[in-house]
Design a protein around this ligand. Structure first.
Ligand SMILES: *Cc1c(COP(=O)(O)O)cnc(C)c1O
Length: 448
């Protein structure tokens, strides 16, 4: 093929070899370096004549890649790790090579068809009707924002005289909900969780009624979280749905991390009430074994999202032929077919493999909690609902936690960052990687 000179052919082999090696072997954790330090080593890589493919690849593999933490390392337990399956990562190479356009059915029909089947699996797990549908967007932040903008559009149609809007969510809701409220210029009504850390239907109902009684504004969406990022707590999904729908309000469930648990029979009942939602999100790049970046955004009634998000212009009208165009369901136009690696992995491995892998993380989390409870210097914060295990180290200050965390990475043992809960510094293991074993947990606990 004319694009491939002998030099490019050789580079292709090197890039594929590097990629395969990266996928086959446990990478080192690695870690960040300062920009000044990196510049001292690689200098300015953008030059008039170019470095050539081999040299540019060398800069990446020898220096830059090593200044990035491997988020799929089995002892990366900070934030929410990533754990792409080998099928998903390999297929990402195909997506990258194929110049697929995922914005419209006209251009990407086959790819969009496959993405939609993957969305259907999630939608069916949640118990939404056959008419439900959605789109893969970049991440939970864009997914939540797109859903909440749709919710407000729906509310505007139902209450045309209202000019001020608010979103109701838990005080423990993810930061992206506050970001969405800021972008949308709407108020945020925060509901305090009870002692079980969940927000409950009665409290949500009371907060909505109080807001409606004391403000000229209206709540346009109730957001429940199904698996908080910090501790993995699932709100009262039935009560939240009822409180919203009794008041003709959109019900959105943010399950970016936790809704992966829908495919695990041992925790499925904890998500009861998800079937009431008007929209939900779950990030396959978190606990569904897909590479960055992919958030599944699903609507009960996608038509409302379509009228909210479809862009109109003379040069776009030939796309609006009644077919299903993913761009129409979120804040985006051009889009990568970012759901395809997830689709391929699901199609190739089968849904039983997903069930087993999620159950595996739940088991490791449970056993880690047992070890921590039995540890003389550690205190378990609460039994994990999902796969996040939070605990404290007796006698440690905030500084001690940070120093320990820095040292753990420095020693290339693991990556675990401090968080906090109710003003207290805590440590948390977020376990989403099927390759994270009890031996990995023990190695880290041995340093505490
Ligand atoms: C991670 C997370 C988000 C944000 O998702 P991104 O993909 O990082 O944008 C939103 N909500 C919850 C509950 C999350 O855990």
């Amino acid at each position: 093929m004319h694009k491939f000179t002998p030099e490019v052919e050789e580079l292709a082999n090197e890039i594929l070899a590097y990629s395969l090696d990266r996928l086959k072997t446990d990478p080192p954790l690695d870690g960040p370096r300062s920009a000044a330090d990196l510049f001292a080593e690689v200098g300015n890589t953008i030059t008039e004549r170019g470095l050539g493919g081999r040299a540019a690849l060398g800069v990446f593999t020898e220096v830059l890649a090593k200044a990035c933490i491997s988020t799929d390392h089995p002892r990366y337990l900070a934030y929410i790790p990533s754990a792409p399956s080998e099928y998903a990562s390999l297929f990402d190479l195909v997506v990258g090579a194929s110049a697929l356009y995922g914005g419209s059915w006209q251009e990407g029909a086959g790819a969009v068809f496959a993405e939609n089947q993957a969305l259907r699996w999630l939608s069916d797990l949640a118990g939404l009707p056959e008419s439900a549908g959605g789109v893969f967007v970049q991440g939970g932040t864009i997914g939540n924002l797109s859903a909440l903008v749709t919710a407000r559009e729906d509310a505007r149609a139902k209450f045309p005289d209202v000019t001020k809007w608010a979103i109701a969510c838990s005080a423990e809701a993810h930061s992206s909900i506050a970001t969405a409220a800021k972008i949308m210029d709407v108020e945020l009504v925060k509901i305090a969780p009870r002692a079980d850390l969940r927000i409950h239907g009665d409290d949500i109902a009371a907060a909505i009624d109080e807001y409606h009684a004391s403000s000229t504004g209206r709540i346009c969406a109730v957001v429940a979280t199904s698996g908080t990022t910090n501790l993995g707590v699932i709100d009262d999904l039935i009560g939240a749905g009822k409180a919203a729908h009794d008041r003709n309000i959109w019900y959105h469930v943010d399950g970016a991390y936790g809704l992966a648990g829908l495919c695990a029979p041992s925790v499925r009942a904890d998500f009861n009430g998800i079937e009431l939602c008007d929209s939900f999100i779950v990030d396959p790049h978190k606990w569904l074994f897909a590479p960055y970046d992919a958030c599944a955004l699903v609507y009960r009634n996608p038509e409302i999202a379509r009228t909210t998000h479809t862009q109109h212009a003379s040069y776009l009208e030939s796309l609006h032929d009644g077919s299903w165009s993913p761009s129409d369901y979120a804040i985006q136009l051009t889009r990568r077919t970012r759901g395809l690696p997830f689709w391929f992995s699901l199609a190739a491995a089968g849904t039983d493999a997903y069930r087993d892998a999620v159950e595996e993380s739940l088991t490791v989390a449970k056993n880690a909690a047992k070890l921590i409870s039995a540890h003389p210097r550690l205190e378990l914060l609460r039994e994990p609902d999902l796969s996040i295990v939070a605990f404290t180290r007796t006698g440690w200050s905030k500084d001690d936690y940070q120093k320990w965390s820095d040292q753990l990475l420095e020693d290339q043992i693991g990556f675990v960052t401090p968080s906090s809960h109710q003003g207290q510094t805590i440590l948390r293991f977020a376990i989403v990687n099927p390759w994270t074993t009890m031996a990995d947990i023990e190695v880290i606990l041995d340093t505490l």
